[in-house]
Design a protein around this ligand. Structure first.
Ligand code: ZN
Ligand code: ZN
Length: 236
């Protein structure tokens, strides 16, 4: 097994809360400049910028893990990672239908920009993406695994929109194998040795993308290799 310098939670300009500078090529170039070997772009409830982000990342020699950051009906944020962009897009399509039909107000929330691999605007997404899905956390975890994805509770030690803040514990029946935490907040999780713990930036602007400071296990230097590591249960 190898360990890759990684940042597996970066928002692109499709997330209304992210800066417009978070284009596919800017993200890949900055990640490469910082010495990262692997990245995941996880926009709120959408996979639409993953095709362009993957192409930009591969051109920079990075491993690209396709992901989304899902908001469950309990307002818990869960990262969902997939082996390939196609699976992430299929899952994203399913998820999109579970989000209320409330339109974005760009002047208030920010633009939601879908780009191509040349950082050109393809279209503007009008439905407000970071809303709570109708899927409960159980339904979300099942849906993600149906697409062979790995669900990872996001920023578990954050005071809002996290599994611990909203539910108070990690439900064992959900069989999570990995959790994400902010490195700058103390982490107190019961039986933490059961989980792979990943640390990411949750960057919404280029400067916040991680330095070469956090590493993720990988059985080979590929999205599948990282996914296999995150999926694996740890002996308890
Ligand atoms: Zn979040
Ligand atoms: Zn996020």
């Amino acid at each position: 097994m190898q360990r890759l310098a990684a940042d597996l939670h970066i928002h692109s300009c499709l997330s209304p809360c992210a800066d417009a500078e978070m284009t596919p090529n800017n993200i890949a170039a900055m990640a490469s400049l910082k010495g990262l070997e692997a990245i995941a772009v996880c926009d709120h409830n959408s996979a639409l910028n993953l095709p362009a982000c993957e192409k930009a990342a591969l051109r920079c020699g990075l491993v690209f893990l396709p992901g989304l950051e899902v908001t469950t009906s309990e307002e818990v944020h869960v990262l969902t990672f997939f082996a390939d962009v196609e699976s992430a897009l299929d899952f994203g399509e399913r998820l999109y239908k579970s989000i209320p039909n409330v339109m974005n107000k760009p002047e208030f929330f920010g633009e939601q920009l879908v780009m191509n691999e040349a950082d050109e605007l393809i279209r503007v997404e009008n439905k407000l993406l970071p809303q709570a899905s109708a899927l409960t956390i159980d339904e979300l975890v099942n849906a993600c695994r149906k697409f062979n994805g790995v669900p990872v509770p996001a920023h578990i030690n954050r005071q809002a929109h996290s599994l611990l803040a909203n539910l108070g514990f990690i439900p064992p029946e959900l069989k999570f194998t990995a959790i994400e935490a902010y490195s700058w907040i103390p982490l107190s999780v019961e039986n933490s040795e059961r989980y792979h713990i990943i640390y990411d930036s949750d960057a919404h602007c280029l400067g916040n993308i991680s330095e070469r400071e956090h590493f993720v296990g990988a059985y080979e230097k590929s999205a599948e290799g990282i996914l296999a590591y995150l999926k694996e249960s740890k002996p308890f």
